[in-house]
Design a protein around this ligand. Structure first.
Ligand SMILES: O=C(O)CCC(=O)C(=O)O
Ligand SMILES: [Fe+2]
Length: 312
């Protein structure tokens, strides 16, 4: 059970409530309304991909070609990678985590002031270098991805998750299995592990250094790449000892961009495997029924030509 800010999807319980509950001295078991029997075990793996961001700008063509291949393999095979040498200082990363913790310590009324009023309340910013490299890996013309997804006014959603220590970690889940909307999700944390990703039907722990950034490919990149890159399923588990904080930046297309498989990829594949949908509509429907029933992505998948006219 996580408290999330500033976006508060309807399934997430009141921020202050989870925190107060966890701090209550009489809490020694998970209340039944939060009980979520699960197998939260994950495997450790040393093959989780690592991408060295600094080498993407290398002048050495062989070095650059190698890191582009690393990025392509990571997006195709895991939908996930640990980004190192990204150029963001350790102190800035720490400050972001600190500021998020301060937010969770605020009284309930003060917290409200910072909550986004709706999902169309975007934070617009961000480097798009990785997306341009991804466009190159997909053999799209330079600038294609920027224009098709209107990246000069791209949508970024910031959320901070607070996971208090849990007396029965095997009876609760911080955030259940889901995929993210958007193109890429960037995640940092306070050094306490908890993110697990699904790979070949198994759950893997992501024990990454605190100064790295965890990146996962999300639904709109799966759609745009016509299924070459998979939106990875992930979840957050809790532990008995330590509070975990994660800060997530979901990086998407412009709110009014219609996201569909990229034209040149559809030509290469002979057909589109996903239906188009306006970016902001996707985000809004997803946030209103996240973790319940069929995912938006499944609804947009076209299984075969005979299904072209069917919808969820
Ligand atoms: O806290 C984490 O590790 C995962 C958070 C997450 O998946 C999300 O906020 O969408
Ligand atoms: Fe997520």
């Amino acid at each position: 059970m996580a408290a999330t800010a500033p976006m508060k999807p309807s399934h997430i319980v009141e921020n202050s409530f989870v925190k107060a509950l966890a701090e209550s001295s009489i809490l020694n078991s998970v209340p039944s309304q939060f009980s979520f029997a699960n197998d939260s075990k994950g495997f450790d793996s040393d093959s989780i991909p690592i991408v060295d961001f600094s080498l993407l700008a290398s002048d050495d063509p062989d070095q650059r070609a190698k890191v582009l291949r690393d990025l392509d393999n990571a997006c195709r095979e895991w939908g996930f990678f640990v980004l190192i040498n990204h150029g963001i200082s350790d102190s800035l990363l720490k400050d972001i985590i600190e500021a998020s913790l301060e937010y969770f310590e605020l009284p309930k009324e003060d917290k409200r002031r910072y909550e986004a009023k709706s999902s169309s309340d975007p934070i617009k910013s961000g480097t798009r270098k990785l997306l341009q490299d991804i466009g190159e890996n997909l053999e799209l013309e330079e600038g294609y991805i920027d224009e098709a997804l209107k990246l000069n006014s791209c949508f970024q959603l910031y959320a901070a998750n607070y996971y208090p220590p849990c007396p029965q970690p095997d009876q609760a889940m911080g955030i259940p299995a889901h995929t993210d909307h958007g193109l890429l999700t960037f995640l940092i944390h306070n050094g306490v592990a908890g993110l697990q990703i699904e790979h070949n039907g198994e759950w893997f722990n992501t024990n990454s250094p605190q100064n790295s950034i965890l990146v996962n490919t999300a639904d709109h990149l799966e759609i745009f790449s016509n299924g070459r890159y998979k939106s990875v399923k992930h979840r957050a588990v809790v532990n008995k000892e330590a509070t975990r904080i994660s800060v997530v930046m979901a990086n998407g297309a412009a709110p009014d961009a219609i996201v569909s498989p990229a034209g040149p990829l559809v030509e290469r594949d002979g057909r589109a495997y996903y239906r188009p949908m306006k970016f902001i509509e996707y985000v809004e429907t997803m946030l209103s029924n996240r973790f319940q029933g069929k995912s938006n992505l499944d609804c947009l998948k076209i299984q075969d030509d005979t299904e072209l006219k069917t919808r969820c």
